[in-house]
Design a protein around this ligand. Sequence first.
Ligand code: SF4
Length: 206
Amino acid sequence: MEFDIVALIYSWKMDEAKKHMKEKLELDEIYVTDLVHCPLKYQFQKKYPDLALAGSFSPSALQGEFIHIGVEEVLKMLLGDESVKTEVEHERRVEVDGKAYIVKGRVDAVVGDYIVEIKSARSDAGIPYEHHVEQLRIYMWLTGLRKGILLYVTPARIVQFLYTDPASEGEVIDRIRSIINGSPAPRYTWECNYCPFASICPKKRT
Ligand code: SF4
């Protein structure tokens, strides 16, 4: 049979997406990325998991992922495996109105006492984006580290932004409440353009 790289990459991404979906459906876990996106999406993922899975394979997301892997490998090459931890998983339990939730996140890299979050974008206009900054601040809350770098790789610019203000537990709790209430939906109007649930959503804006 012909060597099929596309099929290999497809299986890798879909297996990963199914694993995440299973954890969400069975364990009620909330990922940091859920906390910074439209809260209705979290609810729809549970109700329409097949739609969510169908949206999890996209060439533009893959391009971003390849940039991630490339930057992580370059950091390891330059600083050594011992100094650079990549794809570091963290979780923290938080109680909201008497119910316990597990917030989970996978940090791109930890170098010393810095979190490094790698982002790619088609254009450098408007960076850093608010939802990326909030994601990084929640990772800082999750890990207990107080220095975070957002590193953007775009065709026009490679640039880093430093943050030293972790999200507070109160901010995280507010975001979990917003997931429970499904509001505000969308959190950003542009989200509807890329949303796998747009075809069934009563709150779709664009
Ligand atoms: S279509 Fe818009 S409002 Fe509806 S779930 Fe998607 S992002 Fe949220």
